[in-house]
Design a protein around this ligand. Structure first.
Ligand SMILES: [Zn+2]
Length: 406
């Protein structure tokens, strides 16, 4: 059977491919770059290569892979479920290539372990079976915000990706996590995932955080008694299904994290819907807003913060949430960003959440940036997510204990 390459599935991404003997050349999807030479996403299935040692390289006629090197790891799978890092990679930029031995008839290759949209759906279904997670007030019984067949986004039909996958109407979920009976005025934490569709590690981090928060851990139970989480696990679902990196099928070369200013209203129906849903679900001020992303390099594990959102006690001590993560996550650092000013057409979700007039006016707003991927990709995501959960415990429960003891 000749070697062939496929990407026509959930989160698959590739433009086209060539095979020269045992050398596979992958032409990455054009929207893998969005004008910046990083943030690559590809996810393919290779067939007919059993017992061959394959070399894979990227074809870069159209793009400059400047800055891409062996630190930008590649993942492979022999069953489409378990993923490992391809260790034998070399070169950099436009000469980057990697080699591995195919032991099975089918192989999968991706930038990191993929988190397809179907996993979002299966996790939502699983979580809704437990006692602590329910659809948000704006969602239907399946936890979906977008449910009207007359919705312009749903009814506009399927999108066709460059790689050949047809993108179906994709669900947009909104969930609430709290102990039953928690007062309506309890503080609110908002979690966003999938803003950048190609950042799959971010989804594993969010999953780990929600799994911890939804668990029998005593700290998680105490947190559920103190605040309400509103979870929008995939805010760019068609982008994730279609294998996009920063954009989505409605705006392939755009950036889903620069379309949150009030002036952007009307640009993307699903973003308008998320904003409306959050306003309705939160019903009041939001204490902490977390937008889950991930970086492209192993060495970069951090969180984007604004100086004003780092300290308490008149700038004397680091916020408990941040100090817990500094303690628990190796190499974790805080990356200060500049002002929170809203600039038209250039607004990140984090800024929108903190200061925009149509935003939730979050007291603390952060962008999560776990590094990706290390050898133990999912273990690293779990640590980041669970540490975040324990940090939220420190913020809400630890602080309260301090208050009541003084
Ligand atoms: Zn991002």
């Amino acid at each position: 059977m000749p070697i062939s390459v496929h990407a026509d599935f959930d989160a698959g991404a590739l433009k086209t491919w060539e095979v020269q003997g045992t050398h596979i050349l992958l032409h990455l999807a054009p929207y893998a770059f969005n004008g910046r030479p990083r943030g690559v996403w590809f996810y393919v299935r290779i067939e007919g290569a059993k017992d061959s040692t394959l070399t894979v390289s990227f074809v870069t006629d159209e793009y400059d892979l400047h800055g891409y090197n062996a630190e930008n790891k590649v993942s492979m799978s022999r069953d489409g479920v378990q993923w490992e890092i391809v260790s034998d990679s070399s070169g950099s930029g436009n000469d980057y290539r990697f080699t591995f031995h195919a032991t099975t008839e089918r192989m999968w290759l991706a930038r990191t372990a993929p988190y397809p949209l179907s996993r979002v759906t299966s996790k939502v279904q699983e979580w809704l079976e437990g006692p602590w997670i329910r659809p948000s007030r704006s969602a239907d019984s399946m936890g979906r915000i977008m449910r009207s067949s007359g919705d312009p986004w749903l009814s506009s039909g399927a999108y066709t990706g460059v790689a050949g996958q047809v993108i179906p109407p994709c669900p947009l979920y909104a969930l609430e996590l709290a102990a039953p009976g928690l007062p309506d005025d309890a503080p609110v934490v908002v979690l966003f995932g999938g803003n950048h569709a190609g950042e799959h590690m971010a989804s594993y981090v969010l999953e780990a955080l929600v799994a911890w928060w939804n668990s029998d851990e005593p700290e998680a139970g105490a947190l559920r008694q103190q605040c309400r989480a509103l979870i929008y696990p995939m805010v760019n679902p068609a982008g994730r299904y279609g294998g996009y990196v920063r954009g989505g099928p409605e705006f392939p070369m755009g950036d889903h994290n620069r379309i949150w200013s009030p002036e952007d209203r009307g640009q993307l129906d699903h973003v308008d819907r998320i904003k409306e849903a959050l306003a309705f679900d939160a019903e009041g001020p939001v204490e902490i807003f977390l937008d889950a992303h991930n970086t492209e390099r192993v060495s970069d594990t951090f969180m984007y913060v604004n100086t004003s959102m780092m300290f308490q006690n008149d700038g004397q001590t680091l916020l408990p949430l941040l100090s817990r993560m500094m303690k628990e996550i190796p190499h974790f650092r805080l990356q200060e960003t500049d002002s929170l000013l809203i600039e038209s057409q250039n607004t990140t979700c984090k800024s929108w959440a903190a200061v925009a007039e149509d935003g939730p006016q979050a007291t603390y707003s952060y962008t999560l940036e776990p590094g990706s991927p290390t050898k133990d990709q999912l273990g690293q995501c779990r640590l980041y997510g669970e540490s975040l959960g324990r940090g939220l415990f420190d913020h809400f429960v630890g602080q309260q204990e301090q208050r009541s003891s003084t």
